[in-house]
Design a protein around this ligand. Structure first.
Ligand code: H2B
Length: 95
């Protein structure tokens, strides 16, 4: 079982991942991205998909034209784990 983040690790998120926020109704983090058009948004999603495969950790996400919303949570942990933080940092590296 993958451990969920501790309270101290959660408190550090605001500095570590300032663009991400805690989801309202889930133990998850989310970030919204906006691009020039659909093509840019989908190119970004393609890069995130490759990252997700590399990390063996996968986003819950949606796309509406030029906007992409990504939610990260660890199903195997029933909530936020270090795996979400690592993937979020890698996604931030793309954006
Ligand atoms: N992604 C996410 N978000 N949570 C998981 O628990 C998870 C995953 N588990 N991707 C991985 C795949 C697991 O199912 C495989 C077998 O490693």
């Amino acid at each position: 079982m993958i451990p969920r983040l501790t309270d101290a690790e959660r408190a550090a998120l605001v500095d570590l991942l300032p663009e991400w926020s805690l989801a309202k109704d889930r133990d998850a983090i989310e970030r919204r991205f906006a691009f020039a058009d659909f093509s840019e948004a989908f190119a970004f999603m393609t890069r995130v998909a490759l990252l997700a495969e590399k990390h063996d950790h996968h986003p819950e996400w949606s796309n509406v034209y030029n906007r992409v919303t990504i939610l990260l949570s660890t199903h195997d942990a029933g909530g936020l784990s270090a795996r979400d933080i690592r993937l979020a940092e890698a996604i931030d590296g793309l954006a």
